[in-house]
Write a protein of this length. Structure first.
Lengths: 89, 287
């Protein structure tokens, strides 16, 4: 598998959001503050990212602030892909 | 070890509310025995618990770290005999609740608070079925119980100070804040919310505005987090119609009479989010 890049993760997450909420969102748009999505959708984002990238979002990483914007989600995904599984708490 | 650390909660009914309540408790380190007559429902509850617990942690309403207490499931009511408090979250039907509460009151030891989780059935109607009515109290958990941290606490005419202290302590341990109200059909939240939803449905039926417009107005102008019709879909339109009927029968107030559109949707099986369709279509768009 090709290693995901900042651009490819941005594109994939924006594609998912476009499909689910029918909105093309800017990468720095706060999805929750803008009312585009609600707390019920937050968990769907977590599960989507885990499945799409084969990562486990647990412990301190499992907080809403990591999912507010496409940028924050991308940064979380890239960080977890870089971290060996054994180091995750 | 303190008394609080020894808490063991019995939860009766593994439906949406019972499971959500169990999640809150185990996420705050309180072991739970979850009882339901249906093995299938218990299995379904066990499947939902992990996701709900993660969801609660994501939203910061259950501690991110710290041990998760044990969840035990059982099909026999006797499994809650050793509980330090019991919350019944069975079907919203006064007869069923009375029967279950009566049985459990004869199983648990004196001093064990018995909590009825109800959105509107007066606690006074259930008192005579339990052995110790001073230990009976109502708590109206909101749905989803694992995300909403405020609850409505209903003090019955006979509920003792000791019981109120015990449930206040339990709620604090569960990270919940309770507002205590006196007993009345629908208490405060359902008495206000349900007729508003009913009227919102009448507005849609009359073609005054679409469901989206009603909700958008209530959100944008009046600060409602979701709008009445999205809330209705989350509650479940069948549950809502039942709750409205319950209020109508007990108060005689016609504003509680379930409107035609609501009843048509229930008859068509469009029960809201849980069936995939209600005032909104959840298979197509995100609410």
């Amino acid at each position: 598998m090709v290693q995901p890049t900042l651009d490819s993760v941005h594109r994939r997450i924006r594609g998912f959001l476009e499909e689910r909420i029918k909105t093309d969102v800017a990468v720095d748009k706060d999805l929750f503050a803008s009312g585009l999505v609600n707390s019920m959708f937050a968990m769907e984002l977590v599960v989507y990212l885990e499945q799409a990238y084969g990562i486990a979002i647990v412990g301190e990483d499992l907080k809403l602030d990591n999912f507010r914007t496409v940028e924050q989600m991308t940064s979380l995904v890239l960080r977890l892909l870089d971290t060996p599984v054994a180091d995750r708490g | 070890m303190s008394e609080v650390e020894d808490a063991r909660l019995g939860v009766l009914g593994a439906g949406v509310m019972g499971t959500g309540i169990a999640v809150v408790a185990i996420g705050h380190g309180i072991p739970v025995v979850l009882v339901d007559v249906s093995e299938d429902r218990l299995a379904d509850a066990r499947r939902r618990v992990d996701t709900q617990l993660r969801h609660a942690r994501l939203m910061g309403v259950v501690p991110a770290e710290g041990p998760v207490a044990a969840l035990t499931t059982a099909t026999e009511l006797e499994a809650v005999a050793g509980a330090t408090a019991v919350i019944e979250a069975v079907t919203e039907d006064a007869e069923i609740k009375a029967k279950v509460l009566g049985e459990v009151s004869r199983l648990v030891k004196t001093g064990t608070p018995l909590v009825s989780n109800t959105s509107g059935i007066p606690i006074g109607e259930l008192e005579r079925f339990v052995d110790r009515s001073d230990e009976l109290v109502g708590i109206h958990f909101m749905n989803p119980a694992y995300l909403i941290t405020m609850v409505e606490v209903i003090r019955g005419d006979r509920t003792s100070d000791e019981t109120m202290t015990a449930v206040t302590g339990l709620l604090a341990r569960m990270g919940r804040r309770g507002i205590v109200v006196r007993d009345a059909p629908g208490f405060v939240t359902s008495r206000l919310l349900h007729p508003m939803i009913n009227e919102a449905a009448r507005i849609v039926a009359a073609g005054v505005a679409t469901a989206e417009s009603v909700d958008d107005l209530m959100r944008g102008c009046l600060g409602h987090p979701t709008g009445p019709l999205r809330t209705a879909d989350l509650i479940g339109l069948d549950n809502l119609a039942d709750a409205l009927r319950m209020l109508w029968e007990r108060t005689g107030n016609a504003s509680f009479q379930p409107c035609e559109l609501l009843l048509e949707k229930v008859a068509a099986g469009h029960l809201g989010r849980k069936s995939g369709k209600g005032f909104y279509d959840y298979e197509k768009v995100l609410s």
